[in-house]
Design a protein around this ligand. Structure first.
Ligand code: UT7
Length: 352
């Protein structure tokens, strides 16, 4: 039986540290508020106009490639998960291929945009490709550069204090070793709440207004339209919107449920988990889930305190860091779970 194993993992965090106090210089917020509600102390911001989501992803990819003991020419497929892509289109997959100079074979590059669940969604996609025997070395990159698109006015503080920049990458390969690799993955979504955590503009809707549920513009001509309007620019409608309380409420029920689903399907119980790596959305959510699962502190890895919420990249950055610190060892049962915009959520179990 073929399984998918992680052959190499790497990460990249931009050098620039932005503390809660730094943010308080731009908006009405405080270190106390941010730490109390989210656990975040600081986050990293990329160097604007020097770094992009793709360049950060490429830095993480180089580390993962080296650690897997392969060369870039061995890679036969790219999967790139992000919601903060360099361009509206094309996606970051092809940009990464160019950035790394992967010319051999003109390999395929797939973009995944499942927000905070991007890692677990990508993991299932990669797992299926590998198990089907299609590819031997998939480069799976998760990278986010949020700092470029946040609203740093007080009006945007409910969202902007939470997010940070960062990237991680994995090389995934087939293995016949039954004692390692991805054991199971579980994906879900509920589009009822699509706009409750979203960045709507620009889009083919042409001027949707959060809250009013109306198209704010009259029918326009057959040609042209309102892809970008002055109103969008004036009213900061290119920044993310989040109904934080609603997201929190759903997250704390979906996390435990989807973790149980994974454990049940693979025949494990909570006590079998050696390391739980939750999506780093909010330390309070992670702590709530930890308590529900009854896991001791040493079996849960959080680093949101240092990096904030890096969306698709948060789980693989944490996974990489936990492994580098010796907190994940060969043979460990690792559980990952995420919840976010869409709503989308998912979980996975893997044997390290
Ligand atoms: O990864 C994607 C998934 N996202 C999540 O899982 C996020 C889930 N939600 C959350 O983490 C929390 O809802 C937040 C941390 C985002 C917000 O915490 P909250 O306890 O839900 O606060 P709130 O939005 O209800 O705001 C409470 C008060 C408001 O003031 P009033 O109306 O009570 O006067 C806000 O204006 O706190 C105010 N506020 C802030 N004050 C200082 C909101 N943001 C800030 C801020 N600094 N940064």
């Amino acid at each position: 039986m073929i399984r998918t194993k992680i052959a190499g993992i790497g990460k990249y965090l931009p050098e620039q540290v932005v503390t809660n106090q730094d943010l308080a210089q731009y908006m009405d917020t405080s270190d106390e508020w941010i730490q109390e509600r989210t656990g975040i102390k600081e986050r990293r911001y990329a160097r604007k106009h020097h770094e992009t989501t793709t360049t950060m992803g490429a830095a993480a990819a180089k580390e993962a490639i080296a650690r897997a003991g392969i060369t870039k020419e061995d890679i036969d497929f790219i999967v790139f998960a992000t919601i903060s892509s360099d361009y509206y289109f094309p996606g970051c997959g092809v940009l990464l291929q160019r950035e790394l100079g992967i010319t051999k074979g003109e390999i395929g590059a797939l973009d995944i945009r499942n927000q905070c669940s991007g890692f677990v969604y990508g993991l299932e996609v990669v797992d299926q490709f590998i198990k089907a025997g299609k590819y031997k070395n998939i480069l799976f990159v998760c990278s986010e550069m949020h700092s470029m698109g946040l609203d740093f006015r007080t009006e945007g503080r409910g969202v902007s204090v939470i997010f940070g920049d960062g990237a991680a990458a994995l090389i995934l390969q087939p293995t016949e070793d039954e004692n390692c690799g991805i054991l199971t993955t579980h994906l879900h979504s509920d589009g009822t709440y699509a706009e409750e955590l979203s960045l709507l503009n620009p889009g083919s809707h042409g001027g949707y207004h959060v809250g009013t549920e109306q198209f704010g513009y009259p029918d326009t001509d057959k040609f042209g339209g309102v892809f970008v309007t002055q109103k969008m620019i004036d009213e900061y409608m290119f920044s993310p919107f989040m109904n934080g309380k609603l997201v929190f409420k759903h997250a704390v029920t979906k996390f435990p449920a989807v973790i149980k689903e994974a454990l049940d399907s693979a025949g494990f119980s909570t006590s079998d988990i050696d390391m739980f790596i939750p999506h780093q959305a909010n330390l309070r959510i992670s702590q709530f889930v930890q308590k529900r699962l009854g896991l001791p502190d040493e079996k849960v890895f959080n680093n949101i305190q240092k990096y904030g919420n890096t969306t698709s990249a948060s789980i693989p950055i944490a996974m990489c860091e936990a492994w580098e610190e010796g907190k994940i060892k060969d043979g460990d049962l690792v559980c990952v779970a995420a919840f976010g915009s869409g709503f989308t959520w998912g979980s996975g179990l893997l044997r390290w």
